[in-house]
Design a protein around this ligand. Structure first.
Ligand code: HEC
Length: 115
C-alpha cells in the first residue's frame, strides 16, 4: 500500500515537471528563431541562433529596465538603428550585445512582416 502511494507521488511530480516545462517554452512569446534566421539571412548571412537568443535576452532584460518591451516593428530601418544606438548607450550594453540585439530586432520584423 505504501508503495502505491509512493508511485502516485512520483507520478504527480513527473506530471507537474512536464507541465512546468511546457508552459515555459510556450510562454516565451513563441519566438521562432529558425524563421527569424531565414528572414534576415540576406542582410546578416552569418547570424546564428545563439546571437538571436542573446539579442532576445538583452531585449527582455537590459532594455526593460526603464520601460516595457518596445515595439521594434514600426520603424524604418534607419530609424530602428538610430533608436537602438541611442538606447544601447542608455542600457550600457556591449558592442556585441548591441549587434545581437540589432539582428534580433530585424528577425522580429522579418517574421512579423511575413505573417
Ligand atoms: C536608462 C533607461 C532606458 C533604457 C535602459 C532603455 N531605454 Fe528605451 N527609452 C527610454 C526613454 C526615457 C524613452 C523615451 C520615453 C518612452 O518612449 O518611454 C525610451 C524610448 C524607447 C523607444 C521608443 C523610441 C521612439 O522614438 O519611438 C524604443 C523603441 C526603445 N526605447 C527601445 C529600447 C531598447 C531596444 C533598449 C535596450 C537596448 C532600451 N530602450 C533601453 C529609456 C531607456
Amino acid at each position: 500500500m505504501k508503495q502505491l502511494f509512493f508511485m502516485a507521488f512520483v507520478t504527480s511530480i513527473i506530471v507537474a515537471a512536464c507541465k512546468t516545462k511546457k508552459s515555459t517554452t510556450t510562454s516565451a512569446d513563441n519566438i521562432n528563431y529558425d524563421a527569424q534566421l531565414t528572414g534576415i539571412k540576406d542582410k546578416f548571412p552569418d547570424a546564428t541562433i545563439e546571437e538571436l537568443k542573446t539579442g532576445n535576452a538583452v531585449y527582455s532584460g537590459a532594455c526593460t529596465r526603464c520601460h516595457g518591451k518596445k515595439d521594434v516593428t514600426k520603424y524604418t530601418d534607419e530609424k530602428l538603428i538610430q533608436v537602438i544606438e541611442n538606447m544601447s548607450k542608455k542600457a550600457k550594453i556591449t558592442e556585441q550585445e548591441k549587434q545581437s540585439l540589432i539582428k534580433f530586432a530585424y528577425g522580429v520584423r522579418a517574421v512579423s512582416a511575413s505573417k
